[in-house]
Design a protein around this ligand. Structure first.
Ligand code: G3H
Ligand code: 13P
Ligand code: ZN
Length: 329
């Protein structure tokens, strides 16, 4: 058993209390490899933003849970050696079993999500409460979920969103003891969050998605005032990078995300954590495609992964400053 405290991580309790008070959201960025992790640490270090490093089930399959945890430990050391002073949490994204949450806690994660949202309500309560009991014994914070996001949530595919029922939240908190709650108000995972027929078009023909259900968020806030809310599926699917991809041989058709203004509005509310994975993937893919299109003879990975990492660092800084409001530089 290794305590996350020995590794230099923090849990999310203080982070969320400060985000609630300061009316911003802490960014939760997913990472699968070294370049993404470097971009997150440098981007958040330079903007003095707290950060939650997220490890998904896809990331564990791709890179190995143990390796990712040691990379994250190394990232804390790198941050401190670089003179950056900002809190870093290591978080399990979409944990689906009690055993997985325990194994992450035992190896140094400071926060876990137990996603029982696909189960019937009582099973979700039972599973979440069991994880909370173990996690709190180690001062690890737990995120639960109520409501289902459309799209692919790790290996589970849901055809349509099931919005969170505000009348369940008080009971869920009371019976589980979770520290934060992910809700469903119209976001979804991946680059195709809305079907074109759900969108309108602006004057220049760009697809405009339907607004998030802020009415549901407000009702939830009314019922559990001051409680930290989490938004998954919150990438904006940045159109400039979708264009770079499509202009350099890619074929991302009708990719639509959550507009930055809506995320900004959410960040000023009880939403204390905003999850971003797809935007990072798009930025990396756009830069790699661009390098290959411009330099077809290039074969040194550092020559295309380096520009991808640097661009991702810039995007993270921009998001922290103008979307999440978490930057303190
Ligand atoms: O759950 C949200 C993540 O974006 C899923 O990512 O494909 O690495 O499991 P994954
Ligand atoms: P995006 O696919 O919108 O980046 O969402 C990521 C996420 O919610 C990870 O849990
Ligand atoms: Zn998610």
């Amino acid at each position: 058993m290794v305590s996350y405290k020995e590794l230099g991580f923090v849990n999310t309790k203080q982070m969320f209390a400060e985000a609630m008070k300061g009316r911003y959201a802490v960014p939760a960025y997913n990472f699968n490899n070294m370049e993404q992790l470097q971009a997150i640490i440098n981007g958040c270090g330079k903007t003095k933003s707290p950060v939650i490093l997220q490890v998904s089930s896809g990331a564990r399959k791709y890179a190995n849970q143990t390796l990712l945890r040691y990379m994250a430990e190394g990232a804390v050391k790198m941050a401190r050696d670089s003179g950056y002073d900002f809190p870093i949490a290591l978080h399990l994204d979409h944990g689906d079993t009690y055993e997985l949450c325990v194994s992450c806690i035992e190896t140094g994660f400071s926060s876990v999500m137990i996603d029982g949202s696909h189960h019937p309500y009582d099973k979700n309560v039972e599973l979440t409460a069991k994880v909370v009991e173990y996690a709190h014994g180690h001062d690890v914070t737990v995120e639960g979920e109520l409501g289902v996001l459309a799209g692919i949530e790790d290996d589970v595919v849901a055809a349509a969103s099931i919005y969170t029922h505000p009348d369940q939240v008080e009971d869920f908190l009371k019976r589980t003891g979770v520290d934060s709650l992910a809700i469903s108000i119209g976001t979804s995972h991946g680059a195709y969050k809305f079907k074109p027929e759900q969108c309108t078009r602006d004057a220049s023909g760009v697809l405009v998605p339907p607004p998030l259900r802020f009415d549901i968020l407000e009702e939830i806030e009314r019922r559990i005032p001051g409680f930290p809310i989490v938004l998954h599926g919150a990438s904006s699917v940045l159109p400039e990078y979708v264009d770079v991809i499509n202009n350099n041989g890619g074929a991302l058709k009708a990719a639509v995300g959550i507009p930055a203004e809506q995320l900004r509005r959410a960040a000023k509310s009880a939403v204390c954590k905003i999850n971003i994975d797809s935007d990072g993937r798009l930025v990396v893919t756009a830069m790699i495609r661009k390098v290959f299109a411009e330099h077809p003879a290039e074969f040194d990975p550092r020559k295309y992964l380096g520009p991808a990492r640097d661009e991702l660092t810039r995007v993270i800084m921009e998001k922290n400053r103008s979307v999440l409001g978490s930057a303190r530089d």
